[in-house]
Design a protein around this ligand. Structure first.
Ligand code: SAM
Length: 230
């Protein structure tokens, strides 16, 4: 898989993408992630990429030209036209199902906005799909892009121990049931400050343990996120 992040702050993205599981997956060649500085594509002699909004209002708006040229340079380098996603608080909120869908694609490009956002016309021209990471507003699209990369890369073959490592996790899309929250987790010691691990998990009856996990998963979803069951 190949992911390109279009950003004004490539170092900010690189510092996160070089660490932990994503960093290892990149080193092992399981995913290629590259950050491209939109500022490198401005024609402005002062390297500006933004201007005041037409019609007045607060802040600055990122201009069409540098974003379009940056994206088109990716297409030229790759020899394909990858789907463009604009990280935006106005998009559909990212779900595990969307992360799974993206993990099955060959390549995509993430556009990180800043300031008041980006000129609408470039989103139309490049047919960008907007993705949000939640109903709140951040200063830039870099953290959302990194969240999306993390959610997608951990689902790629060979990145985690195997599908068992994520298929039973919270929110993973299931065939016949709505996605549930994962059951409670416990580790040693069996008693901590008077609190005991459920006895069934300590015995060796795997069938009963599996039944307990399923029931606990449903119980927790009903209690914590009843909206998921509707
Ligand atoms: N003026 C815009 C609005 O009200 O819809 C918000 C712009 S925000 C301050 C700057 C940039 O941060 C956006 O262009 C977007 O790339 C990113 N951003 C902010 N919140 C986000 C969210 N919840 N999900 C994804 N991206 C977000």
């Amino acid at each position: 898989m190949r992911i390109e992040i279009l950003t004004l702050f490539p170092e900010m993205c690189e510092s996160v993408l070089s660490e932990s599981i994503i960093g290892r997956a990149r080193k092992q060649g399981k995913v290629q992630i590259h950050c491209r500085n939109i500022r490198d594509y401005t024609q402005d002699k002062h390297k500006r990429v933004d201007d005041a909004p037409y019609g007045g209002g607060f802040g600055m708006v990122m201009q069409c030209g540098p974003i379009a040229d940056c994206y088109r340079a990716v297409c030229a380098d790759w020899g394909v036209t990858p789907k463009l996603f604009y990280m935006s608080p106005q998009g559909k909120v990212l779900t595990q199902a969307k992360a799974k869908e993206l993990s099955e694609s060959e390549s995509f490009v993430l556009l990180c906005g800043h300031y008041e956002g980006v000129d609408e016309r470039v989103l139309e021209a490049l047919e960008a799909e907007e993705i949000s990471i939640g109903d709140y507003v951040l200063t830039g699209g870099e953290l959302p892009a990194l969240v999306l990369c993390d959610a997608v890369v951990r689902l790629l073959p060979g990145v985690l121990a195997g599908p068992g490592a994520y298929e039973g996790e919270s929110h993973y899309p299931q065939d016949n049931t709505p996605p549930l929250l994962e059951h409670a987790q416990y580790t040693r010691p069996p008693v901590w400050e008077g609190r005991e691990v459920p006895a069934i998990l300590i015995g060796g009856n795997h069938a009963l343990q599996e039944k307990w996990r399923k029931e606990d998963s449903l119980r927790r979803t009903q209690t914590k996120r009843p909206d998921l069951l509707q």
